[in-house]
Design a protein around this ligand. Structure first.
Ligand SMILES: [Zn+2]
Length: 204
C-alpha cells in the first residue's frame, strides 16, 4: 500500500503542499481543493491544462527510485501479492510490476477522459504535451480535447474534488484483488506494507 510519500524521493512533490508543487501560481492563493477540482476543466480548461500540462511534464521527468526496485524484488520472491497505490505516476508499472497486480485507486495522469464526461471512454495520453509558459503556466496553444465530442479532456485521475472521474476499471481491479484476498486460507496471515501514506489531505 503506497501513497504520495513514496515518490517524493523521485522528485515528485507531495501535491498537498500545492504552493510548493506549483510556485508559478502561488500568487493566485488557490488551495488544493480549488485546483484539484473537476470543475476547473469545465469552467476554465485552459488554466487547468497549464497546471496539469506542467504536472505531466514534471512526472515524465521523474523516474522510479531504487525503493521501487527493492519492493519489486521482494514481491517477485513471494506469491499472491498486490500493490494498492494512490500514486498517479505509474512508477510501479514503470519499475516492472505487472500491471494486472497493481491497483491504482486514483488511476494516472497519463490516461485521459472527457471532462464532462460525454462517455465512458478512457484513452492513453502518455505522449500528449501542452505548450505553456514556464513562468506563468499560461497555455500558448491548444489544450487536449475529448476524442469523441471535441470539448476539453482531462486526466483520468481522481481529483481532490471530483464527481466526474471514470473509475470502472479501477473498481474491477479492486474486485479482483478483494476476491484473491478473500480466498486466502484463514490460518494464513496477510502482511501489509504501508509506505508513504498519509491519513488525510489537509487544508492550507
Ligand atoms: Zn467528450
Amino acid at each position: 500500500m503506497a501513497g504520495a510519500g513514496l515518490s517524493v524521493d523521485s522528485g515528485i512533490p507531495d501535491f498537498v503542499d500545492i504552493h510548493k508543487a506549483l510556485p508559478e501560481i502561488a500568487h493566485l492563493d488557490m488551495n488544493v481543493f480549488e485546483i484539484s477540482n473537476d470543475n476547473i476543466f469545465l469552467k476554465d480548461p485552459t488554466f487547468a491544462w497549464g497546471v496539469y500540462g506542467k504536472r505531466m511534464d514534471d512526472y515524465r521527468k521523474a523516474s522510479p527510485h531504487e525503493g521501487y526496485y527493492i519492493l519489486l524484488r521482494w514481491c517477485l520472491s513471494k506469491t499472491g501479492w498486490w500493490v494498492y497505490t494512490s500514486n498517479i505516476d505509474q512508477h510501479f508499472v514503470r519499475a516492472g510490476f505487472p500491471k494486472d497486480r497493481v491497483v491504482e485507486c486514483h488511476r494516472s495522469l497519463y490516461e485521459f477522459q472527457c471532462a464532462k464526461p460525454c462517455c465512458g471512454d478512457v484513452w492513453d495520453g502518455r505522449d500528449v504535451t501542452v505548450d505553456y509558459d514556464e513562468a506563468t503556466l499560461a497555455v500558448n496553444g491548444d489544450i487536449p480535447t475529448c476524442r469523441h465530442c471535441g470539448d476539453a479532456a482531462r486526466p483520468c485521475t481522481v481529483l481532490a474534488v471530483d464527481g466526474r472521474w471514470l473509475g470502472a476499471y479501477t473498481r474491477q481491479q479492486e474486485e479482483r484483488m478483494d476476491k484473491q484476498l478473500a480466498d486466502i486460507p484463514s490460518h494464513k496471515s496477510i502482511v501489509i506494507l504501508e509506505i508513504g501514506c498519509g491519513v488525510q489531505m489537509r487544508k492550507i
